[in-house]
Design a protein around this ligand. Sequence first.
Ligand code: NCD
Length: 393
Amino acid sequence: MPARTSSSTVADVNAAGGPGPLGAGSLTSAAWRHAHLLQLGGLSDAELRTVLFRARQYAGLLREADRVVRPMIGVEQTGSVGPLEAVSSELRGRVIANLFFEDSTRTRVSFTVAARRLGAEVIDLTSVGSSVSKGETVGDTAANVSAMGVDGLVIRHRSSGACHLVVRTLAGDSEAMPERRRDPGRRICSVINAGDGRHEHPTQGLLDIFTLAESFERLGTFDLSGLTVGIVGDVGSSRVARSDIAGMTALGARVICIGPPALAPRSLTALGCEVSHDLDAVLPELDALNVLRIQFERHEVKPGEAKENQPRTASSNIIASVREYAELYAVNAPRVQRMRPHAIVMHPGPINRGVELTAEVADSRRSMVLRQVTHGVAVRMAVMSLCLNAPVS
Ligand code: NCD
């Protein structure tokens, strides 16, 4: 499949959406050379900004379309209308396959909406109903789908590193497939990580950054310096936390991971963040608090114990009881009162209301939960557009 350059795309976006706060000339994909997005760790601040500037542009178009198109509902409508028309052919003729080997609501729908907004076709695959249930490896599944000419794979998998493995397999570097040696002219299909085990969830990290920047009027530069972000809960098991830490610290924020030692171990400081076991002590310092679910399914379960249907119980010895956890770490209205006056609360979802976050806070004006979801579409449009149009190396 021929490589397409992104220059006309950028021009289209600028023409349609108008310049962002930095002006049309500031929007450039020059710093983006990656066909894949596997993690935020290791990306430079310039690369992060390239994606975020592009997402800002798409966010403007989506907002405008919402304003223009909604009143037209009920009136005859075909295809993309109004502001989105300019970007609706960016990925026309391209096929994106969602390979979700773990449950998802927001992320999968968001990638699908984003791909369709750019004119791509989307196909969905899950482990149930595919050959994964017959024992096929994720690398083999991905290689087969890619061999059909698919342009992008969006992958969610329970194993950390699954997306890296897929990229290696597709590149023909796998020792198990010596016949698939690297062909320099061959454009391999883009791999986008939609969450791999406890490793990373880069698009969630980007949409968290976008939401933070919007809330503190940093959309012009995405410079997060001077902001202190808390991440409270099951940080050790969280791929969202790892992406947040990598991206937010690269853009200048101070990040404090908070939780009991079993969920927020000191070793996290190696990622460039601070660690506290005392939520109440750090609340007054926080501009934002990202609240994480206790990810029981990622904790080790003793033999014989069922893994499913245990969302509200301590399924392992990692915490003594959910009630004790909630006493010290649940984000409730009195705790939010003690944060800075302008502070925001974020959550990647799904929320276990009454466990890590009370309904009162989840539905309050401090809660950015639905803003995060909204920004997810623009961020994923940016990631797919940049990766699928990256120059062949
Ligand atoms: C997160 C995930 O899957 O890692 N959710 C999401 O993508 N919206 C967090 C979680 O499952 O708790």
